[in-house]
Design a protein around this ligand. Sequence first.
Ligand code: FAD
Ligand code: NA0
Length: 457
Amino acid sequence: MKNKRIGIIGAGPSGLAQIRAFEALQDQGYAMPEIICFEKQDNWGGMWNYSWRTGVGKYGEPLHGSMYKYLWSNGPKECLEFSDYSFDEHFKKPISSYPPRPVLFDYIQGRIKKSNARDYIRFDTCVRWVNFDEDTKKFNVILDDLKINKTYSEELDYLVVASGHFSTPNMPYFKGIENFPGTVMHAHDFRGADQFKDRNILLIGSSYSAEDIGVQCYKHGAKSVTLSYRTNPIGIDWPEGIKEFPLVTHFKGETAFFKDGTTENYDAVIMCTGYQHKFPFLPDELRLKTKNNLFPDHLYKGIFFNQLPQLIYLGMQDQYYTFNMFDAQAWVARDFMMNRLTLPTEAERRLDIDRWLERNDQLEGSLDNVDFQSDYIKDLLSLSDYPHFNVDRVAQMFKEWLQDKEDNILTYRDKTYQSVVTGTVAAQHHTDWMDELNDSKERYLYEAEEEEMISDR
Ligand code: FAD
Ligand code: NA0
């Protein structure tokens, strides 16, 4: 039988998980199908591959990256650890629970650098359009090789969409903002807090971006930080210098007017108003249409497009779990593509989706959300041989993390957690997070004693 051809869109953590899943099977002696991963950037890592650019990349494509300088993990690393490649295996020593971006990027790369994963990836290759042929049951994927400016196509049996969903900004309009004299930007284009030193900044939104960019700007010397919420405030005890108001109603010049009648002047407005699931390369009938939530409709097991399970989506959920969830999904997707897992009928799949959606509708907050996604992970783990990990313990860590943030948003990153993969307790970072202004890997992995020895010289 002719070898199956599998296409993966995106070489971020989800796409790389898919490659790794096939390699894990190869390690057990199975033959690899033909895999081609299309990545429009010139390196892997997705969001973790930081770019200083904003707007468009060097070939004029919408820039993918939304990460910024001085970004530190916003959850304990013990909640995302790969269960087949531990932090201990990678770093050879315990590290802290909240590493900065370059350190997590290094960890992601460690697992796949051990293999030939890079050979499967076509970098600087943008997926332009996808057609599905009902007769041949194959996908025809139109691609641009950005480097040589050439368009071509590939025929594929399965298509894995791992293109991420935190890249295309959701940018609402507020009356008068067109005349705001200062900086107006979306979190997607935020590249670091330096430019906001000594400035009064307004962040619209009340989720992770608002929280983290607000705290970052505070840490790096903003004069004042205001967060403005639409539905619910983040609602923690903010330190002096950060405050939370209800939603902005409009702007007049540099003045923002809020729903409760307050007015205040600002130098900059950063819209932390979330992202759109955007798939400009997919036709209407294949396109996932969803808001950011824990169980997007139409995906059986959160993965298989119900009308056409040959079309697979990875990482499309709102995320408490990240890398280990992408892995658990990728292993299940692999088993389906390799005929090791048979799916029930479309109607039965629909019922399963509906059961999850019903529960999703009844969720009442973060603790409930953690339990929901934990149960989802358990369901996935029951379907493949991805190495099991103690999901209940991870759920418990997520709950403690939520409490840590509530207790003190400025010190929660100094806490340490215990790995469910190795049992290792995280090390205390050599410097308190609020005092650590350098996010480089070299500085992070530096032992405090080494630093003392150097300063003694
Ligand atoms: P992505 O990482 O977004 O990768 C998608 C890839 O697809 C990209 O490389 C992109 O170039 C490629 N692509 C897209 N369209 C095309 C196309 N048409 N053709 C070819 N290639 C294409 N998670 C955590 O666990 N901890 C954190 O601390 C954390 N911090 C975050 C901070 C920010 C600011 C953001 C935005 C997200 C953060 N996340 C964090 C979540 C993060 O999105 C995930 O960790 C992870 O990167 C998702 O992986 P992914 O592969 O699904 O998507
Ligand atoms: P995110 O915070 O960018 O995290 C993405 C927010 O936008 C909600 O508060 C929503 O309010 C608000 N909003 C949407 N439309 C609005 C409007 N018209 N007016 C006012 N407010 C509006 O996005 P979401 O989707 O969580 O929240 C949207 C991802 O980035 C997360 O996965 C997070 O983990 C990651 N991230 C991580 C870090 C770090 O690790 C930093 C930033 C982001 P409402 O009313 O809908 O509640 C350090």
